[in-house]
Design a protein around this ligand. Structure first.
Ligand code: CP
Length: 314
């Protein structure tokens, strides 16, 4: 099975492949009530070894909208608790005719390892602090809907950059698509310099907020920190968060995004979460459309050349 049979990360995809996924997501976003039969009778499984609300449920909605049979694996009540590995779990599902597995795991790079040794299609729903490709794709779709284009936009990603797998995917995708990427955040939460591609700029928070078309705030991922936050949540908000005062400095037409869940009053003022500048709810809605596109292309379009028009994915 070729690597393109899976969605492991956006690092491996070309700009054309990313655009095709976003465009197909746009197709489904325009058909929010449509129930398709594209995956009728086919089995897919969701394996979440880390907590999730929107990724897990939007994959399930996407799978059901495409007509698939959905199996939800619960680690706590599975043979994982007896020590069965993810590899052996996938081989077990494979033996039952399950064709695709959506996996969220703490272990970075696990899907890459597994992709070489299993026959199911693997979809990365977040691996540690490495990548969260479908979140990035839904963010791109949301930006494209808002601005009508991606090329030439300036996106500022702000906050706990070091622990963000969403940033991990955007670091690869945005530069490939001609989007200018600015990073801002506390020094202790900056990504390793070796991970930052050429052309991506680290700037002060106020400059990021004033310059960007999209201000994307990231949650402080306390669960991934070795030590507790060195300042109070209120201090973090004032020093590093999107306060009402900072939001007032945004360019006309600029928007607020956040992959969520949000820490209201920490990285973002609570009044900004549902503010008219906020696309956070739209991002969640687009999660279904993008995940339909990914499932469709991996399962229905498995023999479709990525170079070909998505019009053939029908
Ligand atoms: N954005 C995101 O991945 O949210 P969940 O953890 O709720 O899936």
């Amino acid at each position: 099975m070729s690597a393109m049979a899976h969605l492991i990360g956006l690092k491996e995809l070309s700009s054309e492949q990313i655009r095709q996924l976003v465009e197909r997501g746009e197709y489904w976003a325009k058909r929010p009530m449509e129930q398709a039969e594209l995956l009728k009778g086919r089995f897919v499984a969701n394996l979440f070894f880390e907590a999730s609300t929107r990724t897990r449920f939007s994959f399930e909605v996407a799978q059901k909208r495409l007509g698939a049979h959905v199996l939800n694996f619960i680690p706590e009540t599975s043979s994982s608790v007896k020590g069965e590995t993810v590899y052996d779990t996938l081989r077990t599902l494979e033996a039952m005719g399950v064709e695709a597995a959506v996996i969220r795991t703490k272990k970075e790079g696990l899907l890459q390892e597994l992709a070489e040794s299993v026959d199911l299609r693997l979809i990365n729903a977040g691996d540690g602090t490495n990548e969260h490709p479908t979140q990035c794709l839904l963010d791109l779709l949301t930006m494209k809907q808002q601005f009508g284009r991606l090329e030439g936009l300036t996106v500022a990603i702000v906050g706990d950059l070091r622990h963000s797998r969403v940033l991990g995917s955007h670091l690869h995708a945005l530069p490939k698509l001609g989007v200018k990427l600015l990073l801002a955040g506390p020094k202790s939460m900056m990504p390793q310099p070796a991970l930052i591609p050429a052309g991506v700029e680290i700037v002060e928070l106020d400059e990021a907020v004033q310059t960007a078309d999209v201000v994307m705030m990231l949650r402080v991922q306390l669960e991934r920190h070795a030590e507790s936050l060195y300042i109070s949540k209120e201090e973090y908000h004032q020093q590093h968060g999107l306060t009402l005062e900072r939001a007032a400095m945004m360019k006309p037409g600029a928007v607020i995004m956040h992959p969520a869940p949000v820490n209201r009053g920490v990285e973002i003022h609570t009044d900004l979460v549902e503010h008219e500048k906020s696309l956070i709810q739209k991002q969640v809605t687009n999660g279904v459309a993008v995940r339909m596109a990914v499932l469709e292309i991996l399962l229905k379009g498995s023999d479709i050349r990525w170079e070909s028009s998505l019009a053939t994915v029908n």
